[in-house]
Design a protein around this ligand. Structure first.
Ligand code: SER
Length: 581
């Protein structure tokens, strides 16, 4: 049994229902790219909505945090991690929560009480000292010298607003040195392992704090950190979680996990694991230059560069071997890994092949620029990105290995300008359908894709686009259909488009080979008009079309869609005129 199994077993024995981990890409929250904490998918229930599994829940949740990507490579930072959690939704509160945490740590995990210390909320102007938690810890045998009272570290909220409350954090003394009698949370030998949040408040956007309908408990424990502690290792990558992955990298590269190789091995291990979980997610993320797809691309490319540093031959299938170890290790916990094994391996190999075509040349270019100017200016950084596909942090990392810095702000400016330009340019390619390429035309363009998808659902799969024309005032859409649409068909198509708009679906763009695009089921009007490498726009899971763009980023930008006319265009072709209001 490992920590996850012990944890779930304990809380199930104590009346909790185990809930499945939510996907890493949040299903109903376009404001964040990834789930960053166990409680995030539970926010509606912490706010008062009844949960179908009841009032006592526990799980292990996949989380991704990319805010300190640069720190990965040390002994403790990871971009992907699992968080153990148990929740009370208006059920038990401080008394049981603290007792169970203590029991689990000291009985099930056999941690000596002497190695534990805690913090509790000291109280501020609005919320009083958490005396109940303090007393509870004392009664369990934690001496008062090991209970620190703090304010800022003992109030938990995800971001700026949302459900929140005072918390009590549990620390473990990680060192072989003598354990000091008085606990100092700033002493790095004490490591936080568990956070119990007593979520009874809600903070709104204006900073106003109100009571939640119920008093909840939200706890979180990081699997990687706690496992390393239990196994007595000071480097997470030496724990059982990473053992096989690191061994695999060692055997592929023929190098030991020692000295100068360690950093690269950790980066490869971490980034490939995260890439496996992102690409196995039901959201179907593929490497691209925007949003989650860009994170995925950056992770894989950074791993590739470090694999190269370890002299791993690029034409071996190292990425498949490594990902297979990870897939095997986690498959029994996350069924999507088994289901999407093929997709994951394909994503990694495709991205490797794509990047490998330019990486070597890019590295030469980097060296040349360095010899020429003894620095990397924004123009060079942008050139490395645009021509050789080097994500900016890769360039920054290469530079910092030589002790020089990169003009990142200058790069960002060029990056933005370039994005604007490519939107305009690709819009120009489709003059036939798209008269201008302002904001409103862009919205109509996305609406065309939605209408196309809606007609397929309402009228039938054989509906195909035959043409379109867009002005700033309206859109016109021609499609194959053998009958005049009924009032009901029109209304249904309209309702469907509006429902998708309201859902706030993300519009994703990716580049792929034409035949792969067609094989993946993407719609396309004039196949022969497209080059071998095509851009494909997907809108949530409702639409996928070969297209030059431009499109909005999220369907919510479209407003309200209304069909104003449906008429014959030519034999077997109908025409719809519609507006966005
Ligand atoms: N929400 C708290 C955390 O993330 C406890 O789960 O630490």
């Amino acid at each position: 049994m490992n920590l996850k199994d012990y944890y779930i077993d304990f809380f199930v024995r104590h009346g909790h229902k185990q809930i499945p981990s939510a996907p890493v890409v949040p299903e109903n929250d376009p404001s964040v790219l990834f789930n960053t904490a166990g409680m995030q998918p539970l926010i509606p229930y912490l706010m008062g909505q009844p949960h179908p599994y009841g009032t006592r829940l526990c799980d292990y949740q996949k989380c991704i945090r990319t805010n300190d990507l640069d720190s990965v490579g040390d002994t403790t930072h990871h971009t992907f991690f699992e968080m153990l959690g148990n929740w009370s939704l208006g059920d038990y509160f401080k008394e049981e929560s603290i007792s169970w945490s203590f029991e689990f740590l000291t009985k099930d995990l056999n941690i000596p009480v002497n190695r534990l210390a805690v913090t509790v909320f000291a109280g501020d102007d609005t919320i009083p000292f958490d005396e109940e938690s303090y007393e509870k810890w004392l009664s369990l045998g934690i001496p008062k010298e090991r209970i620190a009272k703090t304010v800022s570290d003992n109030f938990w909220i995800a971001g700026e607003s949302g459900p929140c409350g005072p918390d009590t954090e549990i620390f473990y003394f990680r060192s072989e040195e003598e354990i000091p009698e008085v606990f100092d949370p700033e002493d790095s030998r004490w490591v936080e392992i568990w956070n119990n949040v007593f979520m009874q408040y809600h903070k709104n956007q204006d900073g106003k704090v109100t009571n939640l309908p119920h008093k909840n408990v939200d706890t979180g424990m990081g699997v990687e950190r706690t496992t390393a502690i239990l196994e007595g290792v000071n480097d997470n990558y030496l724990s059982s979680i990473w053992k096989k992955v690191i061994e695999k990298i060692s055997s592929i590269s023929g190098l030991p996990y020692e000295g100068e190789y360690q950093k690269s091995m950790r980066i490869i291990a971490d980034h490939i694991r995260t890439a496996v979980f992102i690409s196995a997610d039901p959201a179907g993320i593929k490497p691209s230059n925007t949003d989650q797809g860009y994170i995925l691309r950056r992770l894989i490319r950074r791993a590739i560069r470090h694999a190269k540093k370890l002299n791993i031959p690029m034409d071996s299938n190292w990425e498949v071997e490594l990902a297979s170890v990870i897939l095997d290790q986690y498959a029994s916990y996350y069924h999507e890994l088994e289901e999407n094994r093929g997709v994951v391996l394909e994503v990694l190999t495709n991205e490797k092949e794509k990047f490998n075509r330019t990486l070597e040349k890019g590295l030469k270019e980097f060296e040349k620029a360095l010899q020429r100017n003894h620095s990397i200016d924004d123009l060079t950084a942008f050139h490395l990105y645009d021509t050789y596909g080097f994500p900016i942090e890769l360039t920054v990392e290469l530079a910092s290995e030589r002790g020089i810095s990169v003009d990142e702000a200058g790069f960002e400016k060029r990056f933005k300008e370039h994005q604007e330009l490519s939107r305009t340019a690709s819009a120009g390619k489709f003059k036939g359908g798209l008269a201008g390429n302002g904001e409103i035309e862009t919205k109509y363009h996305t609406a065309t894709h939605l209408l196309n998808a809606a007609l397929k659902e309402v009228v039938g799969k054989d509906v195909h686009q035959k043409g379109s024309n867009i002005t700033a005032e309206r859109m016109r859409f021609d499609f194959s259909c053998d009958h005049k649409l009924t009032e009901e068909e029109k209304r249904k198509a309209e309702d469907l488009v509006n429902a998708w708009i309201e859902e706030g679906l993300e519009v994703q763009v990716e580049e792929m080979k034409k035949e792969d695009a067609i094989a993946s089921g993407a719609e396309c009007m004039f196949l022969e008009k497209y080059p071998d490498i095509v851009t494909v726009y997907s809108i949530g899971t409702v639409s996928k079309e070969l297209c030059g763009g431009p499109h909005v980023k999220n369907t919510r930008e479209l407003g309200h869609f209304k069909i104003i006319k449906e008429e014959a265009s030519s034999a077997g072709v109908r025409r719809i005129k519609a507006v966005l209001e």
